[in-house]
Design a protein around this ligand. Structure first.
Ligand SMILES: Nc1ncnc2c1ncn2[C@@H]1O[C@H](COP(=O)(O)OP(=O)(O)O)[C@@H](O)[C@H]1O
Ligand SMILES: [Mg+2]
Length: 474
């Protein structure tokens, strides 16, 4: 019992039910309005028609007056004849005095008193009406005849009867439509909902584990197609995201395993037989190297995870970039000197962005480290700081005249673990792991900024970072 009731409640909440109710209401209202319009239209048409016929009659009587007046007997006789001729149509004639109130003569069918409600004037005649009667009046406007008024009237019941007859014909039609409206409403609702249900059925098939299922587009470009398109794009993004994450874990595992494997094999080889102190020392140095690299890798992985998971909630504060740059340059000066690379910073506008000082230093460190690492002796690395052409943003650039990046690789340097193949060999003595730039990118994005790279093989590379200013109006 309860479940039936619940099912009913659920049904009343469904889109199908609500659409049915709405469609039905619209059909009903439209039909009722149409029927009323037809009825009232007919009544109006009949009234206009009747008025015209009555007016013709009045005009004829006026002519009779002109012809026979002042012979009152002849006039009266003519009026009686007319009256008799129209008996079957229930017309009545009234001859009023100049004051328009006193009846001089009236046919038997005429109401006792002349009608007193005037509806209006039209083409020289006036219309008089009551609930039961309707008359047309004209004034005699001939020289030698007093300004008598002549009315010819009829019963409203004829018009009402015609209208009622039409209503009786229309009523069954209206009733049929009233009964069929909910059915029509339901059919319309079904049609409207059908594609939605297909959408729901496909969505039910979607599984997080295999995201290759896509919603079908019907190709009509309506809202449902748009929705399906949006969901498909979203699914593409999720699938892409998942794939990248899987690659990331695989790469991370691989990169963590290789230093461990190196340590393991070195230790195994060394302990096979007794060794000299120098040999043990050598092993320890090797192990130290690998452990150092492992530590760095783990740190970077943590940074990456952190910058992604806390992207929304890092505490932002005004950071004067000039200070951050000066300190980083100082830190890298010895390394640059050792490699014969000239490190320059041209202090310029004092740009204060909104961010986290530690993270921004991290970005700069990674970029300057790369710039020095991928430069040959005699090259230069220049850090620049200006206003961005985009209002409210500051621009940080790190440009080197180093080895450059091949065009096909430029688009990939921000990918996790990506390294241009050549750099693994040539700059192998200082092992990176391909995470630096992706860390930079996720930090910059968390700061609501953008990072871009432009490079020419053999000429050099420029990284450009745009960050929101702390005080955008300055
Ligand atoms: N300034 C640069 N000049 C040339 N190549 C660069 C430069 N910066 C980055 N790259 C290329 O992009 C790759 C990814 O950089 P990064 O993510 O910092 O990894 P890593 O420095 O650990 O190799 C580098 O391996 C290198 O091939
Ligand atoms: Mg790097």
């Amino acid at each position: 019992m309860i479940s039936n009731w619940q099912r009913f409640i659920d049904f009343t909440r469904s889109l199908r039910f609500r659409l049915t109710v709405w469609n039905t209401l619209v059909v009903l209202v439209t039909v009722v309005i149409a029927l009323i319009s037809v009825r009232e239209g007919l009544r109006y048409y009949l009234l206009v028609e009747t008025d015209a016929i009555l007016d013709d009659e009045v005009k004829e009587i006026l002519l009779t007056f002109e012809k026979l007046y002042p012979d009152r007997d002849q006039v009266l006789a003519s009026l009686r004849r007319k009256d008799e001729a129209h008996l079957d149509r229930d017309w009545h004639i009234r001859w009023l005095d100049e004051d328009g109130r006193t009846t001089i003569w009236a046919s038997e069918l005429a109401p006792k008193h002349p009608l007193t409600v005037k509806l209006g004037e039209h083409n020289g005649h006036s219309i008089w009406a009551s609930e039961t009667h309707r008359s047309i009046e004209r004034e005699i406007n001939s020289p030698n005849i007093p300004h008598y008024k002549i009315r010819v009237g009829t019963l409203m019941k004829f018009i009402d009867e015609d209208v009622d007859r039409l209503t009786r014909i229309l009523a069954p039609v209206g009733l049929a439509i009233l009964l069929l409206a909910p059915l029509g409403g339901l059919l319309l609702a079904e049609r409207a909902i059908e594609p939605l249900q297909r959408l729901i059925r496909t969505t039910e098939r979607l599984r997080a584990s295999h995201l290759d299922e896509r919603l079908e587009l019907r190709g009509v470009g309506d809202e449902l197609d748009q929705l399906a398109g949006k969901i498909n794009t979203f699914l593409d993004e999720i699938a892409d995201h998942l794939r990248k994450n899987r690659d990331f874990v695989a790469n991370a595992a691989h990169d963590l395993r290789s230093p461990l494997a190196a340590i393991q094999s070195s230790v195994e080889v060394t302990v096979e037989k007794p060794r000299s102190v120098e040999e043990y020392e050598d092993l320890l140095f090797q192990i130290n190297d690998e452990v150092h690299h492992l530590g760095q890798l783990v740190n970077q992985l943590l940074q990456l995870a952190e910058s992604e998971s806390t992207a929304a909630e890092i505490p932002m504060q005004p950071v004067p970039l000039r200070e951050v740059i000066t300190r980083t340059i100082e830190m890298f000066e010895p390394v640059a000197e050792e490699r014969g690379v000239q490190l320059k910073f041209e202090p310029s506008d004092d740009i204060v962005v909104l961010g986290t000082p530690g993270q921004l230093r991290q970005v700069l460190t990674n970029l300057v480290d790369n710039a020095i690492k991928f430069s040959l002796t005699g090259s230069s690395v220049t850090v620049g700081l200006t206003w961005d052409s985009k209002p409210g943003f500051g621009l940080l650039t790190v440009a080197d005249t180093g080895v450059g990046i091949p065009p096909e690789a430029v688009g990939r340097v921000f990918e996790r673990f990506y390294q241009v193949e050549r750099s693994r060999q040539r700059f192998g003595e200082k092992r990176g792991n391909g995470l630096g730039l992706s860390i930079c990118q996720s930090i910059v994005h968390a700061h609501r900024g953008t990072i871009a790279v432009a490079s020419q093989l053999g000429k050099g590379t420029t990284f450009t970072i745009s960050l929101p200013l702390a005080n955008p109006t300055t």
